[in-house]
Design a protein around this ligand. Structure first.
Ligand SMILES: [Zn+2]
Length: 403
């Protein structure tokens, strides 16, 4: 049972705290047994029953809960680096998509890749995320868009979780785009989603959540509602890509169908914010995508004032957010969404865990929680976000094991 000492400062990030409450403890100690935290507090108050337990030094680091990236599209093949340059030259996304680029380009590459190839690609990306402090990640399908290829992506996640021990929470996103073979018949594709893909995913226990992309050019609120009705019957909790490029009433739809979170929300309306507050829906902000697409930031202050908790995630994907760096997303949430360092730390730990329904298991450093923690070479969360350095995370620990 290790006792972690030499912690200059520790943040517990209590699940029931206010938006700026990160529960800081100076000169702290942390004790865990079998991967679960048993005691946390000031070192001076360490109970004598731990006197003979082995000591482990945090070497004066800032110790924080392991980060939770609650929105990623980790598994895909190919890249879209050429589109990055094209878009910087001013070519609109729709034009890029018409020439065979965009989501459907990634779908072509992902369908053509073997499961072991996808696994190797996802493994390398997950390693990068771990080095930046991520200990839990939500992982979506959505680049298969056929029963076979969606299941292939989700099986990669199951394999990856088994091999790495990192908590991966899978989400089926079959309603991400209409695949080319159904270009003229959206209803037929939705029939495949509801009649084949979702039931097969539920049967194999391959996902916990079901997501849909509601946007002009993607799916309508009515189409998503149908997907979610079927999802609910199959035991898959809804999540929603909502109000990213326009106000489609996505936030209100998420609240209405009992979604655990509504993600993006750059164009969320007042009415949707009120509905989300009443329903307890978590808002997931994805500030790297707003940087890449040069779109307005999510209105964090309006959401916070209405009582909607705001999480921060990467949206890691090959198009709008090809950077799997959650601390960078936290920094972007500070400067673009005017969130404080304490708010973004809660947003990437306990609030992110709430967006995945696991806020009683991870995201806080309290007794009974997983011993998932990171060491940061800074004196406080505020100092970390202030002079953001890519290598500030010096240690990532999952269930008591150093990674
Ligand atoms: Zn996304």
């Amino acid at each position: 049972m290790p006792v972690l000492i030499d912690i200059a400062r520790l943040a517990t990030c209590p699940p029931d705290g206010g938006p700026d409450d990160i529960g800081e403890v100076e000169d702290a100690a942390l004790v865990w047994r079998d991967g679960v935290i048993e005691w946390v507090g000031r070192r001076l108050d360490l109970p004598t029953r731990y006197a003979d337990e082995p000591r482990q030094s945090a070497e004066g680091a800032l110790v924080l809960p392991g980060l939770v990236d609650c929105h990623t599209h980790l598994c895909f093949a190919g890249d879209r680096a050429d589109e990055f340059t094209e878009r910087l030259r001013g070519t609109p996304y729709l034009e890029v998509a018409k020439r065979g680029g965009g989501i459907l380009k990634t779908v072509r590459h992902t369908r053509a890749a073997r499961e072991d190839e996808l696994l190797a690609l996802a493994q390398e990306r997950l390693d990068r995320m771990i080095r930046r402090g991520v200990t839990t990640a939500e992982v979506k399908s959505g680049y298969g868009l056929s029963p076979e290829a969606e299941l292939k992506q989700l099986r990669v996640y199951r394999q990856l979780a088994a091999e790495t021990g990192v908590r991966l929470i899978p989400t089926v996103l079959a309603a991400h785009a209409v695949p080319p073979e159904f270009a003229g018949d959206r209803a037929a594709y939705l029939g495949v989603v509801c009649g084949e893909i979702l039931p097969a995913v539920a049967r194999e226990g391959l996902a916990r959540f079901s997501d849909a992309f509601v946007e002009s050019g993607a799916f309508t609120p009515d189409e998503a509602r149908r997907v979610f009705e079927v999802s609910r019957q199959l035991g898959l909790t809804p999540k929603l890509h909502a109000d990213q490029l326009s106000d489609t009433g996505g936030g209100a739809l998420a609240a209405d169908v009992g979604a655990i979170s509504a993600d993006h929300l750059e164009f969320v309306s007042e009415r949707s914010i009120r509905a989300m507050a009443a329903a307890g829906t978590v808002a997931v902000s994805l500030p790297l995508a707003t940087l890449v697409l040069d779109t307005p930031p999510l209105p964090a202050q309006a959401l916070r004032e209405a009582g909607v908790p705001v999480a921060v995630a990467t949206d890691f994907n090959p198009g709008s957010a090809p950077v799997c760096d959650l601390p960078l997303a936290m920094w972007a949430a500070c400067v673009r969404q005017r969130m404080t360092p304490a708010q973004v730390l809660r947003g990437a730990t306990t609030v992110a865990a709430r967006a995945l329904g696991i806020q009683d298991e991870v995201g806080s450093l309290l007794p009974g929680y997983a011993a998932d923690w990171i060491g940061v070479d800074r004196r406080s969360a505020e100092a970390w976000m202030y002079d953001f350095a890519p290598d500030a995370v010096t240690q990532t620990v999952v269930a008591g094991d150093a990674r």
